[in-house]
Structure formats: C-alpha cells, structure tokens
Design a protein around this ligand. Structure first.
Ligand code: ADP
Ligand code: MG
Ligand code: ZN
Length: 500
C-alpha cells in the first residue's frame, strides 16, 4: 500500500514519538434522518432541497423525534467496539453558527453518550519486531449520536446550500490518545471502517464522504508520558490523506520543538495538492460551544433486554473471524487478515473452501493472487465478481489434481471472468490439459539435452543457473503444459547422466 511508505519521519522518531487520537464520523445507513422522517438517502435525491421538512431546516417550533433504527445501529457499533452502553443517555445542543447548520446548533450527545469506554486492538507495523507490533490496545473513549450538516457548494462570490444531507444520522467514534505511530492510526482507522461495514451500518465509501477522519496529533520526547499541546486536522477523506497529513503534522511539530518554540493548539485543514496542513482557526474548547441539554428531547432510556437484543445481532467480527481462520484452516495471521478484511471476501473464501477439495492455503493463494489482481485491475469488488464460488472451486481443483498446470489455470480464470463458462470446457477448447505422461515429457527433455551440448557442459562444469534456462526450453516446447515436477526430475537426471 502506498501509505506504508513513511520514510521521512522514521529518521526522527528515535528522539520523538507521535501521540495520536482519532475522531471518526460515519453516517448511519438508516432510511430516514436522525430527528425527522425525511429520507436520509441524499445521494439519490433528484435535486437539492427535496428531502427536507421544518425540523431538518431548523424552522422555529419544529420538534425533533429520535430515529429508533439509528439508536440501534449506534448501540451495535458501541458493542462491537467493546464499549459499555449507557442505559440512560442524553442529547445536547452544540451551539455554533455556520450556513450549513440551519438551527444554529447541532443536536449531539455530550455528557452521556450512548456508549463509552471500549477498546480496539491494532497492529503497529512500525514496531521493531513482529511480536511488538501485535495487539496494541487502543481505548475508545466514546461513541455518540449526532446529525450531519447540510452541503455547501461554493461558487465564485456566493454559496449554495443543499439541506438534503442536513439531519442525516451521524456517529462519532472518539479514541483516547493511545496511538504512537501513523501505522497504528492507519490500522485503527482501517479496522473501524471494516467493522462498520461488517455491521452494515456504513458503506465505508470514503470518496462519497460518508466516513471522515479527524486526527489529533502531538509529539513528545520518547520515554516521556506527558500529553503535549495537540493540533486537530479536520475532514480527512481517505486513508491516504490521513497518513500524509499525520506524517506532515508530526514533522512540523518536531521542527517547532527543535527550533525551541511551542506548538499552538489549533484546528488545521489538509491541503492534499500541496501536501501541507493549513491553519483554520485557533482551537475552540468545549465551553465555546455552550453545550446544554437538548430541551426538546427526553433522555434515551435503554433496557437490559433491548441491549441484549442488539448484542444478539452482532455478527462474527473481523478479529474473531481472523482467529478462527488461523485455527481452523491453518492459515497465517496475515493470510487470514487479508481474507477477513471484507466480509464479502471472507464469505466468498468460505464458500469456495466448502466446495473445493483443495487445501485452504491453496484457495487463499488463488484468491489473494490472481482473483484479486483481476478484480483490482478491472476496478471490481468481490460482490461484482461474476464468478461463482463453485466455478472457482472447480478450477482450483483442476490445478490441484494436475489436470492443468498453474499457468493454464490463470488463463482459464481470466477467460471465466471475461466470458463465463465451465472450466473443464475451456480447458478442452483451449487445449490446456497438462502433460503428465512421463514418456512424452522424457522425449522432449532428451531432445533439448541433445540439441544443446554446449549448455549441458557448462551446467555440468558448475554453471547451475542454467537449470532455469533448460526448464524454460521445456516450457517453450510444451507451451507450459508439462507437469513441472516431472520435468524437473527428468531434466536433473538427464543432465547428471551427461556429466563427463
Ligand atoms: P475535546 O475535543 O472535547 O476537547 P479532547 O481534547 O480530550 O476532547 O480529545 C479530542 C481528541 O483528541 C480525542 O480523540 C483525544 O484522544 C485526542 N487528544 C487529546 N489530547 C491529545 C494529545 N495531547 N495528543 C494527541 N491527541 C490528543
Ligand atoms: Mg474534535
Ligand atoms: Zn426533515
């Protein structure tokens, strides 16, 4: 992944370490908005300002009501992140003025969020050893419900406002400042996105803005446990932006300390084109928002039975699935992690595995290799893959039982993706059956050895790298169809026999 290249600050990190806390905003996939019955599906609205009513446009006297589904989804996320659910939780007004906020305040949760005090284990790939990289526990401070703002379109000397998004249910997930590297922050953000997708509460389509990150960053000398002044980078809309902005900000702050100055607490934007953070405003504190309890909404009272019923809806999450794949299928951690990164991918793998006679490792390498390469190259997701698990299982088994060679298998896979069909039929049509007949392969090997006495002598005189060349000749003569193990064996024997 491109964002793994964190070379620059690696050199400095011996003396300073970053301290990172993330705030993640994700819209909740509900039919209606958070506090009114307008459609929340602003993406497919035919035109601006059609999914609106007095409540979500902030008309005086309009009364909010709580979206039940949104509270269920919020609790589900809280439970998935190992939080405790506050049976009594409250809404608050966060007051500020901006043209995308018609009421002049946002309804949010402040003193008593729906969920708090959870955690998520992440991998810090910047750690010096694999053992140290494993399982850093990041505390989740809180998960709370709020509402999204309207959308502004800035024209030359005026701006347009579209209230279709105003009041869409929004979840905020706030971590403690527990991350000590950009890599850990990236893994945390990646895992949160995966969990939200597993739960079906958010599509994770970052380019559509349904999931946004804010990075709070400070740096301190290694070994110190002080929390120094932090800056907050707003509205990071991709993993790449999260990584680049954090890296830039870490270096900027280190330079400030190295120059003997102090970091100022402020809110920053990220300029993706110039690759710099820019100052937006000196950071407001909580008291600037004049939070107070929302008088139009009663507290949410959640019963144990209700919480239990939500807990029962929790699916097997990526962490647990990974552990199961490692244990049951004898996959490596990294292999299992890859397969469980998306629920649809994990499901696909398990379907193929249940049908195929090939080992899990083989199926993993087909899916992680050729299968993903094809999807990535054609910009498709697993769900779009027009290749039934049954068909892929059949193909992989043909390679496993040596009906065809691995390279022929790849040819068939591409054909299946492009035009569909049956693997056995394609093998027949394209004449791809593997040569397993020992006599036939022997004939070809003997001919190659007889035709190339000079290379045979050179090999036998010690130039062992020529072996690959000989195998290349076999591949050429058989169009890659010779069983490689048999060919290798016969070639080794033939060369030895000709040793003078
Ligand atoms: P608020 O936004 O209400 O002022 P905090 O300042 O406590 O709340 O925290 C906001 C976010 O900033 C949290 O994700 C927290 O982990 C992170 N954070 C707080 N202090 C620091 C710090 N010194 N360095 C880095 N991140 C911090
Ligand atoms: Mg904040
Ligand atoms: Zn409305």
């Amino acid at each position: 992944m491109v964002y793994r290249q964190l070379a620059n600050y690696q050199t400095m990190k011996l003396t300073y370490e970053p301290v990172i806390g993330l705030e993640i905003h994700g819209e909740l996939l509900t039919n209606s908005k958070m506090f009114c019955s307008c459609s929340a599906d602003y993406a497919s609205a035919p035109e601006p300002n059609v999914n609106i009513c007095p409540t979500c446009t902030g008309l005086p006297g309009a009364m909010p009501t709580v979206n039940k589904k949104a509270t269920e989804l919020a609790a589900l996320v809280g439970l998935a992140l190992n939080c405790s659910i506050n049976k009594h939780n409250t809404f608050a007004r966060k007051n500020y003025y901006y043209p995308d906020l018609p009421k002049g305040y946002q309804i949010s949760q402040y003193e008593l969020p729906i969920a708090e005090k959870g955690w998520l284990d992440v991998i810090d790939s910047s750690a010096p050893s694999e053992a140290e990289a494993q399982s850093k526990r990041i505390r989740v401070r809180r998960v709370h419900i709020e509402e999204d703002t309207a959308k502004l379109a800035h024209e030359k000397n005026y701006a347009l406002v579209d209230f279709n998004r105003a009041g869409v249910p929004l979840l905020e997930i706030v971590s403690e400042p527990d991350m000590r590297s950009v890599e850990a922050a990236l893994d945390y953000a990646t895992k949160i996105r995966a969990i939200l997708r597993y739960l079906g509460v958010n599509s994770g389509d970052m380019e559509k803005g349904v999931l946004r990150f804010e990075a709070n960053i400070s740096v301190r000398p290694i070994g110190s446990d002080e929390l120094r002044t932090r800056t907050e980078i707003k509205n990071l809309n991709s993993f790449r932006a999260l990584v680049r902005a954090s890296q830039y900000e870490i270096e900027r702050q280190i330079k400030i300390y190295e120059d003997g100055s102090e970091v100022m607490q402020e809110t920053l934007g990220w300029d993706d084109v110039r690759g710099v953070t820019t100052s937006q405003r000196s950071k407001e504190d909580a008291h600037d928002y004049r939070y107070f309890p929302e008088p139009d909404l009663p507290p949410l009272q959640l019963s144990d039975a209700w919480i239990d019923s939500i807990r029962k809806q929790l699916p097997e999450l990526p962490e647990a699935k990974t552990a199961r794949f490692v244990k049951d299928f004898e996959l490596k951690q990294s292999e299992a992690r890859f397969l469980t990164s998306e629920k649809s991918l994990a499901d696909y793998f398990e379907r193929v595995l249940s049908i195929s006679k090939s080992p899990a490792k083989t199926i993993h390498s087909w899916i992680a290799g050729e299968f993903m390469r094809y999807l990535n190259d054609s910009g498709l997701s697993v769900d779009d893959a027009a290749l039934a698990p049954e068909t892929l299982a059949k193909l992989i088994d043909m390679v496993t039982d040596k009906t065809i060679g691995a390279s022929a298998g790849k040819t068939v896979l591409v054909e299946l993706f492009k035009n569909g069909g049956d693997p056995a039929q394609i093998v027949k049509e394209k004449n791809l059956l593997q040569m397993t007949d020992v006599n036939a392969i022997q004939e070809i090997v003997t001919k190659i050895l007889n035709d190339n006495p000079k290379e045979v002598d050179e090999y036998n005189a010690g130039k062992e790298t020529l072996f690959q060349w000989f195998m290349g000749q076999v591949a050429r003569a058989t169009k890659g169809k010779a069983d490689p193990n048999t060919a290798k064996e016969l070639m080794t024997k033939g060369l030895k026999e000709r040793k003078k």
